[in-house]
Design a protein around this ligand. Sequence first.
Ligand SMILES: [Zn+2]
Length: 277
Amino acid sequence: MTERKNDPNPVAQIIVTRTLQTSGAALLALAGLRAALPPERFRPLAGIGGLLVAGGLSAYFAATFSPRTPLGGVPLVCRLPVEAGAVVALTFDDGPHPETTPRLLDVLAAHDAHATFFVVGENAARFPGLVRRIVAGGHAVGIHGLRHETMVLQSATRAAADLRAARHIIANAAGFADPAAAVRLFRPPYGFKTATLCRTAARLGLVTVAWSRDPRDYDLVSANEVRARLAARLRAGDIVLLHERPDALHTLNALPDVLKDAATRGLKSVALETNGF
Ligand SMILES: [Zn+2]
């Protein structure tokens, strides 16, 4: 098992990177002010303005990650409907990978459990046989971007083109004749989403799926820690955010115990419905 505890948290890393990138516009505005104001008035303004802009942008990008951020009426699925009963939906992002997907499928099959795989278009193109195996196992497959890059700063046109391309690749790999009818679920890469992105997905007939339970397995903690973070907290209706990574097998190693713990509490893992919520 590979465990690297010193890796930076990718979510925090992206928030910082995006903040720095978009601060460029603020710097240009400050440069304009500098030309217009005498230096003694400009200096304090530059310091406070810079902090406010950086803080505001950081808060904005952090909000795009939270499943609780309102999206102006655009539907976002975070939980299973109450009528689904005593079930949870485990979801695995970032695959498929030859080192992890077959092993996850074996563990799920051994526990008579089903899950949803949010796959990256590029990975699906490289490993179409794995997408077929996911579907053949009775699991759901959704889109996790064409590439594993955040889509929140893309134009709606670019995002739509990426989503269409990813859907086409995934449907082809799975052997579905009609991509639009068969691939209906979307989880934005890194979980970063905006109302524009979710609305763009909805126009293509895609349901954007977040989560209600995040054990933060992207932190590269031990398998025991992943299990502990879920064990006491799992509730009926939860959609659980998990990842498959060939370089870090903690989630894969935790899965048998996570499924046992869920069964002990009368909860079964099911694939997300692909025909809408
Ligand atoms: Zn991801």
